[in-house]
Design a protein around this ligand. Sequence first.
Ligand code: HEM
Length: 435
Amino acid sequence: MSVESTTPASTGASHAAEPRDWDPAAPAKRRSERRLLAASRPLAWFLLHAIVRNRRDVVHIPRLGYVITGAVACREAAVDSEHFRKDGPKSAGALLTQVMGKTALLNMEGPDHVALRRRLQGLFTPKFVNELADRALAPISAEVVADLQAGKTLDVSLLARRVTGTMMCHMVGLRLEGEAREKRAREMYKLGQRLVGMVPTNMKELDEREVAAAKAVFEQLVDGIDEVHADGDENTIPGRLRELGFDLEETRGVVGMLLIAGTETTSTALVRITSLLYDTSQWKRLQRHRELLDNAIEEGLRCATPVPVSTRTSAKDFTFHGTKIRKDELVLIAWARAIRDDRVIERGTEFDIAREIPRELRLIWFGAGPHFCLGYNLAMRELTTVLTALLDGAPEIEITKRKAARKVLLPTWDELYVRRAGGAATSHAPAGASA
Ligand code: HEM
C-alpha cells in the first residue's frame, strides 16, 4: 500500500498519513464498464467510443449525421439554439411531438421554449424540493439504514427504482398509500423506461403503429393527472402548474416530460455511483471524508454520464469547429466523450472522488444552455439523501451479485446486491428495496 498522494487534479482532501487503499483506475472498474456497455446497446456505444476516438471536435458519420465530441464544442452546441435545434426533423424532439404533443420542453426551441421555461421557473424551488424529498424519501432512507445495519442484503437497483418512482408519485400527487403507491411507483418507472426504449437509435421517424403504441404508454404514464390538475393542490406539480396558469394539455406535456426525464437518469446515477465507489475501493475513503459527498456525486455523474448524448438538428449549412455541417442533419452532442476530453481534464477515465472538476466540464452532465436540466436540484437532493443512507448503514460495503441491464439506452446494473461488509449472511431477499 502506498501513501495517498496529492495529484494535480485533486481537491486537496489528501491526508499524507492515510493509506492509499483506493484506486481510481482499478481493473474492476474497467471490467464493470465493459460488461455494462456490452449488455446495453453495443452498436450505439461502438459508434460513440470506437468511431469517434479521435481528436476532432466534430465527426461526420455518413448516413447518421454529426457527432460533437469536444468538451468546449459540446457546450457551445448546446447553448447555440440558432444553429442546433431540438425541434428539427431528425432530433428526438420530433419523436416527442408525435407522442406527447407540443409542450414537452425537449421538443421546443426559441421564444416559445424560453417563455415556457420562464413560466416553470418557480416549479422546483429549494423549499418545494426539500419538502418533497423529506416527505417521499425519509421513510425509505430510515429503512435502508436499519436493513444494512441488521446485515441484510439490499438491491440498490431496485432501491433506486423505488426512490425515483416514489418521488414521482409524490410529485404528481397521486393519492395512494402503502402497497398501492409502491405498485404505482414501480409501474411509473417501467412505463418511463418503456417510452425511452421506444426511441430508435438512428432517430428515424416513428410509423403510425409505433406512434400509437408509444401514445398508449404515455397515456398510462400520465393517468390520473387530470384529477390532480383539477384539484389544484399546491403540494403537487399538476396543482402548481395550474396555479402558474398551465391548462391541462400543457400540464400533461410538462409532467410527462418530468416523469420520463427524471426517473431512469437518476436511478442510473445512483446505481452507477454505488458500483463506482465499490469497484475503486473508495467507499471507505468517502466514509473518512464525508465532506466529499457532493464532489463524489458530481464525479460519479461525470464518469457515468447518465445522459450520454443529446440530439439536435442542424438548422442551416455552416462551419462548426472546422467541420462543414449541412442543414437538417442529425447532430449528437456526445456528453459521454466530452467528460473525458483530455484537453480539459487529466486522467478523464478515472473516478476520483476528490478530483477538482475543471470549469469547462462543470455540470455538463446536466446539459447546458436553454435546455439545461430542469430537475437538476431535485436529482442532486435524491442522490445525496439515498447515498447518505447507504453510507450510514454500511461503513464498508460488498457487492454480492450484479447483473447488467440488457438492450437499454442508459447502461446500468439491473441488479446490484450490496450488504455491509462483514454483515450477517442473508438470502438475496431485498430488504430496504423490497419494492
Ligand atoms: C442524474 C439525473 C439527471 C441527469 C444526468 C439529467 C440530465 C439532463 C440533460 C443532459 C438534459 C439536457 C438535454 C438536452 O440538452 O437535450 C436534461 C434536460 C431535462 N431534464 Fe434532466 N437529468 C437528470 C434528472 C432529472 C430530473 C430528476 C428531472 C425532473 C424531475 C429532469 C428533468 C429534465 C427536463 C424536464 C429536461 C428538459 C429541459 C428543457 O428542455 O428545457 N431531469 N437533463
